[in-house]
Design a protein around this ligand. Structure first.
Ligand code: WTA
Length: 655
């Protein structure tokens, strides 16, 4: 890859920024030489109930893994996110909400947010939710999602938000794993003019997961939905009837704050557990620094509440700082492809944070939909979730940002809880396609396959040498998997699952996952999870799923499917397989290509040779490398012949 151009910090930006180049260098050096001292100072950002006396107690050694921050302190997340802003901001908007329908808008002030959170916290207590219990939240992007999260943490309960685009089955799996007793959902969601049947999905999930004693239902659309008396209650009625004050409880810094599921390279989604003190310290301080937020700025992150991006930088980050943010329920292309730009203009958004896949799809609509709106309020742009290709970066910078806004390409994960690599605006000049430099206190290392640390410009596996406060502490009910996945591959280090290179200026470029995880439109999907969904179809003998380069999604889902003996290939069956995946996981996992494979290429030990399948999917037929391990070479020839005959949008080698 050629060396990208450098975009210096825009004139005037650095003067006002929280961090300039000199401050970045000095603070970074200090933060890695005295990590404990640095984070101890950062922790003063929060109100603590019991001050901590220990800051950092961590070890990445496999036999002695410890990740503990501020361990003997106590605090309450909802107090820090809401109560402490009330004296100055009770009447100031916390949330500027716009529904899928552009005519639907609501402003929620800090005072109103506090009132709803207190009441819902009392409702949950009344339903028997106690400190440490898990509440599953299956809601669209509406203010009640924020209220629900905050109500949980006010009473020390642990929220587990499940993306509202997940199917009933995926919801049921996550409820079961978390052992949730209460579910908070809505009658329906709205996306792109269409209804999303949340309550119906929830009911289907609960046919299986009967341990859920209560379902709190938000009336979002007013649709007539099934209601189970005794189990279900309407949110608005319950909140109106509840007592208006609920004191925030003292929660240990190392007590769980939330669980969030993500796909891994083996079967089942994993519930990453985040704890309270470290997460809030890192989230609150990094949000402010990375987006260079100043009092009065309006922030908008487009992520759905079901993902970590929304947890950390749409909800907790802004709330902890008393910042006003936009919440938008819909999609960028409805009613037309200027929707996002109209929102930026209407709310005078200053800081905008989104994913490369959205930029690529909006880029296809041309510049006119952007030009129709006044985007002069924008000052900082952000990117997250997948590598941003330089073409998309330049378009975002020039057309959306008017050439004057730094872009913070933020690299992090559900597991890391907060950003680890980014060009801090005002301090680090931008290079398109590079995720920049380490955040304070963060020690990235690039290692080879033998775990040797590579110095200077290098390419290899991306690891981190030391802990940071927002790091996930474990996988719920499976600490062994946590150790195996993140700490065993490169002993003594945290392994991200990503490949990366570092250039001569110390900038990192993420090359993508090196495990069996694919990144589709910024969503992580485990190939094994997709394969099990496909193989659950009665006609399927076996399936192998790989990612391939997709012009908008980054990676697309390419499925090779072997049918059981005697079953004929047909378009109908192809459709059923696609539907099966959507039912099992959700529309985000929809296979882009299903290619029939009378057999899959395997080695003599019976292991599927994914490298060959990936290359074929990408239309890269030139060099399959060493195929001498393939048990049956005719299988490869057949895969290639069928792939050559197929038309696959965006992949190379399309006939
Ligand atoms: C990828 C999202 C390149 C990466 C916050 C990581 C990125 C996975 C970037 C985590 C970026 C995230 N540049 N790749 N700026 N940000 N990724 O858990 O592969 O949904 O491992 O967290 O997304 O996805 P997750």
């Amino acid at each position: 890859m050629s060396e990208p151009e450098i975009h210096p910090v825009p004139p005037g930006f650095a003067a006002r920024a929280h961090v300039d180049a000199a401050a970045y260098a000095a603070t970074y050096r200090r933060s890695v030489e005295d990590t404990e001292g640095f984070w101890c100072e950062q922790a003063a950002f929060l109100d603590w109930i019991t001050p901590f006396t220990q800051v950092k107690d961590t070890s990445f050694a496999l036999e002695d893994l410890r990740i503990r921050w501020f361990a003997d302190g106590t605090l309450n997340a909802s107090h820090n996110c809401i109560d402490r802003h009330l004296p100055a901001k009770a009447d100031v908007p916390a949330i500027l909400w716009e529904g899928d329908d552009p005519a639907e808008r609501r402003t929620v002030t800090w005072g109103e947010l506090a009132d709803k959170v207190n009441r819902l916290a009392n409702v949950l207590t009344g339903l028997g939710v106690r400190q440490g219990d898990v509440v599953t939240i299956y809601l669209p992007v509406i203010p009640e999602a924020v209220v629900a999260m905050m109500a949980c943490v006010r009473i020390g309960a642990v929220h587990s938000v499940v993306f509202s685009g997940f199917s009933a089955e995926a919801l049921a799996d996550r409820i079961a794993d978390a052992r949730a007793k209460v579910l908070i959902t809505a009658d329906e969601g709205r996306r792109g003019g269409r209804a999303v049947p949340l309550k119906r999905n929830a009911d289907r999930a609960l046919e299986r997961e009967r341990a859920v004693a209560h379902v709190v239902v938000v009336r979002r659309s007013g649709a007539d939905v099934p209601f189970t008396p005794g189990r279900d209650l309407w949110y608005d009625e319950a909140v109106a009837a509840a007592a208006p004050h609920c004191p925030p409880v003292a929660v240990g810094a190392e007590d769980p704050l939330f669980i969030l599921y993500t796909s891994g390279s083996t079967g089942k989604p994993k519930g990453l557990v985040h704890t309270t003190g470290g997460y809030l310290v890192h989230t609150g301080t990094s949000w402010r620094t990375i987006f260079d937020w100043h009092e009065g700025d309006v922030f908008w992150c487009t992520a759905d509440v079901g993902w970590v991006t929304a947890h950390t930088y749409k909800i907790y980050g802004p709330l902890l700082n008393g910042a006003t943010s936009v919440l938008f329920e819909g999609v960028p292309t409805w009613p037309d492809s200027s929707r996002w730009w109209s929102i930026i203009e209407r709310y005078r958004v200053n800081i905008f944070y989104t994913a490369p896949t959205a930029i690529r799809s909006l880029m296809r609509e041309g510049e006119e939909p952007v030009r129709r709106h006044d985007l002069s309020s924008l000052r900082v742009l952000g990117s997250v979730g997948e590598p941003i290709n330089p073409e998309a970066w330049r378009w975002y910078h020039r057309v959306v940002g008017g050439g004057r806004c730094p872009i913070v390409d933020t690299y992090w994960q559900t597991e890391t809880g907060a950003v680890l690599l980014t060009p801090i605006p005002g301090a680090v000049p931008n290079k398109p396609g590079r995720a920049g430099k380490p955040y304070f206190g963060i020690r990235p290392v690039v290692v080879d396959a033998a775990n040797a640390e590579l110095a200077g410009p290098a390419e290899g596996n991306l690891c981190f040498a030391d802990s940071w406060p927002a790091q996930a502490r474990t996988i719920l009910h499976d600490h062994g998997r946590f150790l195996r996945t993140y700490f065993a591959p490169f002993p003594g280090r945290f392994f991200t699952g990503d490949g990366a290179s570092r250039d001569a200026d110390g900038y990192y470029r993420i090359s993508g996952r090196v495990d069996d995880v694919i990144n589709v439109s910024g969503h992580r999907l485990g190939t094994v999870e997709l394969e099990s969904a496909i193989a659950s179809h009665p006609a399927v003998a076996e399936a192998a799923v790989v990612g391939y380069p997709h012009p908008v999604k980054g990676q697309g889902v390419f499925a090779y499917v072997t049918l059981k003996g005697g079953i004929a290939e047909s378009e109908g069956l192809r459709g059923e397989i696609v539907t099966r995946v959507r039912d099992r996981i959700g529309p985000i996992a929809t296979p882009d290509v299903v290619q029939w494979a009378p057999a899959l290429p395997k080695n003599r030990a019976g292991k599927i040779l994914r490298r060959i399948l990936s290359k074929a999917a990408a239309g890269d037929f030139a060099d399959f490398g060493d195929t001498s391990t393939v048990a049956d070479p005719d299988v490869v020839a057949d895969i290639v012949a069928r792939r050559r005959a197929a038309r696959v949008d965006g992949a190379a080698g399309v006939p």
